[in-house]
Design a protein around this ligand. Structure first.
Ligand SMILES: [Fe+2]
Length: 281
């Protein structure tokens, strides 16, 4: 049977990927951040997940206003990095896990009544590749297979935090019913507080970020009731991304052990947050 090995919440700031790609991680600006994520790399190397489900959002790369799935699962056998304007990131292609992806999709649609978009061909942008770089560094090939789970947090109406939490729970049930002996982890990406445009561009709300870091660990049921209006007000227009952390948390046990927590400001014009969590058996 598949074994669930843990969950990671991490921001997916594009400039973090650029810092890695251009060997700037030890420069004064970036070193504190990369020092802070080192325990994630240690955990990932020890947990050795065979498959990572990466919950992320596409930033008008593979998808756009012509096609905006609410929840899309990548069921293909490989996913190339998307060219977001500066050429594709110099990272390996992601090798997919179609058998588990289809099992998850079948379970979600048939058993759980979640209407999931199935994507057989897709490129993946920084939302997915930056978290992989944070966890695994710069290998010639990623040490795990990847199932992309793309969430619409861009175009109104986005799913609620509670819907995301429920989806996470449903995904966990799908993992538990997968008969093959593999280790599975889930990453929830995006956030924390940030706003990229308008009068409040550069907004960072550290007290509110702490509410999320604490709530994800301790009171996810309560956090799942967070409204979009609260997120937009407190975390900024792009802060809504943090609802994707609820999918990760929903996939975990009621009680979790906090392996590592890290918070850093600034990462570009955002707050960076990281949680590494394991189930309390
Ligand atoms: Fe993003």
């Amino acid at each position: 049977m598949a074994k669930f090995v843990g969950g990671v919440a991490t921001s997916h700031v594009p400039s973090i990927g650029a810092a890695i790609d251009h060997n700037k991680t030890q420069e004064a600006y970036w070193k504190p951040l990369f020092d802070g994520i080192e325990p994630l790399r240690t955990w990932a190397a020890e947990a050795q997940p065979d498959v990572v489900i990466v919950v992320y959002n596409d930033h008008a790369s593979r998808f756009g206003l012509d096609l905006t799935p609410t929840f899309a699962v990548g069921a293909g056998s490989s996913f190339l990095p998307h060219d977001e304007g500066y050429g594709p990131r110099p990272v390996p292609p992601c090798v997919g896990e179609p058998d588990l992806a289809w099992h998850i999709v079948e379970s979600l649609v048939i058993n759980e009544e979640f209407d999931i978009t199935i994507v057989n061909e897709m490129t993946v942008d920084h939302g997915l590749t930056v978290p992989l770089s944070l966890a695994f560094g710069q290998p010639d090939q990623w040490p795990c297979r990847v199932i992309p789970l793309c969430v619409n947090v861009i175009q109104y109406p986005q799913p609620t935090a509670n819907r995301c939490y429920k989806l996470g729970k449903a995904i966990r049930r799908a993992i538990e019913s997968y008969p093959t002996d593999i280790k599975v982890a889930i990453f929830g990406t995006g956030g924390l507080s940030h706003q990229l445009q308008g009068e409040r561009a550069g907004l960072i709300n550290t007290p509110y970020d702490m509410k999320w870091l604490n709530g994800i660990v301790e009171t996810p049921e309560q956090l799942a009731q967070t409204t979009h209006l609260e997120l937009l007000t407190e975390a900024g227009s792009e802060g809504l991304e943090v609802i994707m952390w609820m999918i990760m948390r929903g996939a975990m046990a009621k009680d979790v052990r906090e392996v590592h927590r890290f918070y850093h400001v600034p990462a570009s014009n955002t707050a960076y947050g990281l949680l590494v969590l394991e189930d309390v058996e």
